[in-house]
Design a protein around this ligand. Structure first.
Ligand code: GLY
Length: 369
């Protein structure tokens, strides 16, 4: 059973296909996009060891030639050196303007390969084959591509929409539980920001989903992609509403910076903690009931996820320093930080009207929780 979410962006419209077996059937779905029977695949060494052979065998059997480059796994890959290597490799492979680049991997590979496709010969088409839950529900959809700068994450990049997304839910079986749950942080985010029914569904079905329930995984990826697609279509280049997708991310980015973008805190784990803190801040400002942050934490805890600052191993800097790190956020406009807050579960909004004292209070309480 394959589900389809269409992203209606005019001449940049594309489909997100979601379901089992898509990697093995990739040729069928890629065929209509090919102007000649060859593709260049950018992946990482870990993903390559699990999935590259399935993809290349499927493509070669269909008469599609494959060149593949496996980069080192991990966030450190998402910088100039590996980006330069990828772009030069694509040129060495003589990838032409009408060819297709495939990003096979998680968020790092999707962002880097997408950015390489965006700048190669002033833009070639690319296909996302996301292999992590986080990439399937967030980074592979919506056309944000890029790499990190020493000054911060994702500060160099371009909007470049993929031509197709193949989210093969079978590949999620190879994910370590911690990585799966980190991706789940982004799934919960969708319920919290815009669909209370989806949040309730996750409360009921999240544990089965984490334990491998295939139908639940397909539904959760589909609903997340539908919500993301709807917001991206409203605001492709993040002039307004797209910032809603950053619920939990302002706190998360500060926590990631404070933990050195290390294994101490995975991005999705930071998003989950950030969502709980965003609900704390909303409650502190009298926007939601005191019960709402408790419901958020209860669910995350039931999933075995980190929900509090104290769940992050090692020392964290004091609240003032975390607030300072938030000021580096990309959502800062004219020096004013914007937060995504909530009026209820499933009803988030963007605002710049937040007093630093309230943020400091929430962080300081967070240290005690
Ligand atoms: N990950 C947030 C966005 O794509 O806008």
């Amino acid at each position: 059973m394959t589900e389809t979410v269409h992203v209606p962006l005019g001449d940049r419209a594309y489909d997100i296909l979601i379901g089992p077996g898509l990697l093995a059937n990739a040729a069928l779905h890629l065929d209509p996009l090919l102007s000649r029977r060859r593709v260049a695949v950018i992946t990482d060494e870990t993903v390559a060891s699990h999935h590259l052979e399935t993809l290349t065998t499927a493509l070669k059997t269909a008469g599609i030639a494959v060149d593949a480059l496996a980069l080192p796994p991990g966030e450190a890959t998402k910088g100039w050196p590996q980006f330069t290597r990828a772009v030069e490799w694509l040129l060495e492979c003589r990838v032409e303007r009408n060819d297709i680049v495939i990003a096979l991997g998680g968020g790092v590979i999707g962002d880097l390969a997408g950015f390489a496709a965006a700048v190669l010969r002033r833009g070639v088409r690319f296909v996302q084959i996301p292999t992590s839950l986080l990439a399937q529900v967030d980074s592979s959809v919506g056309g944000k591509t890029g790499i990190n700068a020493p000054q911060g994450k994702n500060l160099i990049g371009a909007f470049h929409q993929p031509s197709l997304v193949l989210a093969d839910t079978d590949v999620l079986k190879t994910l370590p539980r911690r990585d799966f749950l980190a991706g789940y942080g982004e799934v919960v985010k969708y319920g919290l920001l815009g669909d209370a029914n989806f949040f309730d569904w996750l409360v009921q079905n999240g544990p089965a989903m984490a334990d491998g329930d295939a139908a639940a995984r397909i539904y959760a990826v589909k609903r997340s992609c539908e919500m993301k697609a709807e917001i991206v279509v409203r605001d492709e280049t993040e002039q307004g509403d797209r910032a809603l997708l950053n619920l939990g991310h302002t706190f998360c980015h500060a926590l990631e910076a404070a933990t050195g973008y290390s294994d101490r805190l995975l991005h999705g784990e930071g998003v989950a903690i950030g969502c709980a803190l965003a609900f704390d801040l909303s409650a502190k400002m009298g926007l939601v009931s005191q019960e709402a942050p408790s419901r958020v934490r209860e669910h995350l805890q039931a999933m075995g996820m980190k929900t509090n600052l104290r769940d992050i191993p090692g020392e964290l800097p004091p609240a003032e320093k975390l607030l300072d790190l938030m000021a580096q956020d990309k959502k800062v406009i004219n020096g004013q930080l914007r937060f995504i807050l909530a009026k209820d579960i499933g009803n988030a909004f963007v605002t710049a009207k937040v007093a630093s004292a309230d943020v400091l209070d929430v962080l300081n309480n967070g240290f005690l929780r």
